[in-house]
Design a protein around this ligand. Structure first.
Ligand SMILES: NC(=O)c1ccc[n+]([C@@H]2O[C@H](COP(=O)([O-])OP(=O)(O)OC[C@H]3O[C@@H](n4cnc5c(N)ncnc54)[C@H](OP(=O)(O)O)[C@@H]3O)[C@@H](O)[C@H]2O)c1
Length: 320
């Protein structure tokens, strides 16, 4: 029986990481989560027993220190945009860091590594830096299967409370004056529920059958981006006209918005959306997980009613 008491989750302070640390805690497994900014990451401290450490995980020595006394490492680090425009930021966060993680596993004797990739990751043919560097990282992890017990996960877009997809579109729709010009409206996605994604990680952790394998993770349905944004507006009670932008306009939006502080949209995001983000085979059922539909979860956190109920609750608590 494989010992599994403590795991180190790189990128564990983010959306998926918070859900994963909670699920691991439910199964009696402790999480160690390094972060670059402890102050900004307090949200995750609600997970009981969580060991939140401020650390630079790009420092090889620090990484080894973090992995000590851990039975497994889970690498969730990923970025959708880099500071510059030449791909070096993507390369550092996805490929160089992965290489350091593999080295640190070998140095500390941690045998089990779960690696988060993304559907569409493709080192040779991916149209964007995001997809090529994610693909290269995935390739290096799978090549390490000769001496480490590795498993790679490739989800489509992930949804759930506090996600960066539906919540982001709700915010953008709210800020738009009535007409919302949507780039790459025909891009196709099979959104997968964060609860199903973290369950896949937890089930795989001690399952030898998953060693050396890649799992594509999708929800039960495929939608165009346009369908999903219209659904967001409907659920959030926002009367907006979602206007499908042409390919030319989508590129123009990307070129302009990637110069705006915070890079809300970039050429790299545009290029990623030029290939469908859907599974040819969904591996969730192989792990014994029934994929959850967006309709079963999203109204619970997106709906206008939910927001109003939360506000009323806040007012009651504040006695106003
Ligand atoms: N969300 C999705 O729809 C989706 C879909 C497919 C694949 N994925 C993959 O799933 C993983 C997790 O996604 P998520 O949505 O949870 O992301 P997230 O909320 O942005 O969290 C990512 C975490 O990674 C850390 N991080 C980011 N850049 C880093 C860097 N340069 N160096 C060190 N740490 C860095 C951050 O930690 P600190 O700021 O605390 O240091 C952050 O909390 C990513 O690899 C992503 O590519 C996500």
């Amino acid at each position: 029986m494989m010992r599994m008491q403590r795991v180190c989750i790189l990128g564990g302070s983010g959306f998926v990481g918070r859900h994963l640390a909670n699920r691991l805690h439910d199964r009696g497994i402790h999480s160690r989560v390094p972060t670059r900014h402890r102050e900004r990451t307090k949200q995750i401290l609600v997970v009981p027993g969580l060991d939140l450490v401020e650390a630079d995980i790009h420092d090889a020595g620090k990484l080894q220190e973090l992995f000590r006394e851990c039975d497994a490492v889970i690498n969730l680090v990923g970025i959708l945009n880099e500071r510059g425009f030449d791909g070096s930021g993507f390369h550092r966060a996805h490929v160089e860091l992965t290489e350091k993680v593999l080295d640190a596993c070998r140095h500390t004797g941690v045998q089990r590594l779960l690696h988060m990739s993304a559907l569409g990751a493709d080192a040779d043919n991916g149209p964007s830096y995001y997809q090529r560097t994610k693909g290269e990282a995935e390739r290096r992890v799978l090549a390490a299967a000769a001496d480490l017990n590795v498993t790679v996960f490739r989800p489509s877009v992930i949804f759930g409370p506090d996600d960066n997809f539906f919540n982001q579109f709700r915010l953008l729709l709210k800020l738009s004056p009535g007409v919302f010009p949507l780039p790459t409206p025909k891009a196709r996605f099979s959104p997968v529920y964060v609860g199903d994604v973290v369950e896949a990680f937890v089930r795989a952790l001690k399952d030898r059958e998953t060693f050396g394998k890649r799992y594509d993770l999708c929800g039960p349905q495929t939608y165009t981006l346009e369908d999903l944004v219209r659904y967001t507006a409907e659920q959030a009670g926002l009367r907006r006209t979602v206007w499908p932008a042409s390919d030319r306009l989508s590129r123009l939006q990307a070129r302009v918005l990637q110069r705006v502080p915070g890079k809300p949209y970039s050429m790299d995001n545009y290029l990623s959306a030029t290939v469908d983000n859907v599974c040819s085979v969904n591996h969730l059922p192989e792990l014994g997980i029934e994929p959850t539909a967006i309709e079963a979860v999203v109204p619970g956190y997106l709906s206008d009613k939910t927001e109003r109920a939360r506000y009323n609750q806040f007012r009651m608590t504040a006695r106003r």
